[in-house]
Ligand binder design. Structure first.
Ligand SMILES: CC(C)(COP(=O)(O)OP(=O)(O)OC[C@H]1O[C@@H](n2cnc3c(N)ncnc32)[C@H](O)[C@@H]1OP(=O)(O)O)[C@@H](O)C(=O)NCCC(=O)NCCS
Length: 202
């Protein structure tokens, strides 16, 4: 596995190790994390160890543990998954497991660090994410970080007995000439529930 450290202002990211497994399993099984994930399969030490072996060790996934600089406290994880070297793209994922550290700007910092790594180190062309549209904190993070709404899938996943909309947010590598995308009106639209007319119940 890799041994990388990426420094931000309040957190740093370090490559995940096998020793992080119990923490990751604990965080990933918390209700406040599960509810924002589409994947609802069993998440155990065994399944995570298998993920490390088949995805991280093989280079399909680049995963980090997020640590507070103050005290080196691990608080969550971020990753680039399905790294597609042919088409030069990957999907972004994140979870902060330590509840007390949310809502302080750390989510934005993690996203910026991971995306910088994706573009500057991996030289990817595109990073994208799938977000359930009720996940306001996540949507705000992306909209602050130059992502745009690429697709909207209406009532696309059945979670906790409810059909949920899924938004695909993407960003292209600015080193390839794309400017930083920041559009406040767009943000209002996406979070205010404005959508093009679509069939189905509303
Ligand atoms: C998504 C997540 C990483 C965001 O991290 P965070 O540290 O809480 O987010 P930040 O403090 O950086 O806030 C980002 C923005 O969202 C806003 N925000 C945060 N929590 C919010 C909430 N509950 N409702 C509405 N907005 C919220 C913040 O105000 C900020 O926007 P602003 O700068 O315009 O004020 C974190 O909430 C998390 O781990 N969630 C569970 C797992 C998850 O959702 N993963 C993503 C799946 S795609």
């Amino acid at each position: 596995m890799k041994n990388i450290r990426l420094d931000g202002e309040t957190v740093y990211l370090r490559s995940i190790t096998n020793e992080d497994t119990p923490l990751v399993v604990k965080w990933r099984n918390q209700e406040n994390v599960i509810k924002y994930f589409i994947y609802r399969g069993e998440f155990t030490e065994e399944t995570h160890t298998n993920w490390l072996k088949t995805k991280v060790e093989t280079g399909l996934v680049d995963q980090f543990i997020v640590c507070l600089k103050d005290g080196d406290v691990p608080i969550g994880s971020t990753y680039l998954r399905d790294i597609d070297t042919k088409n030069s793209k990957a999907e972004y994922g994140v979870f902060i497991g330590e509840e007390g550290t949310r809502g302080q700007g750390i989510g934005k910092e993690i996203l910026n660090l991971t995306v910088k790594y994706a573009f500057e180190n991996l030289k990817l062309h595109k990073v994208y994410a799938r977000v359930i549209d009720t996940n306001k904190a996540s949507l705000y993070c992306f909209l602050h970080s130059g992502f745009f709404e690429e697709a909207f899938f209406k009532e696309s996943v059945l979670l906790d007995g409810q059909y949920r909309n899924v938004i695909i947010l993407s960003r292209f590598n600015p080193d390839e000439g794309d400017g930083f995308f920041e559009n406040k009106e767009y943000k209002k639209e996406i979070l205010g529930g404005f959508r093009m007319p679509m069939p189905g119940k509303e």
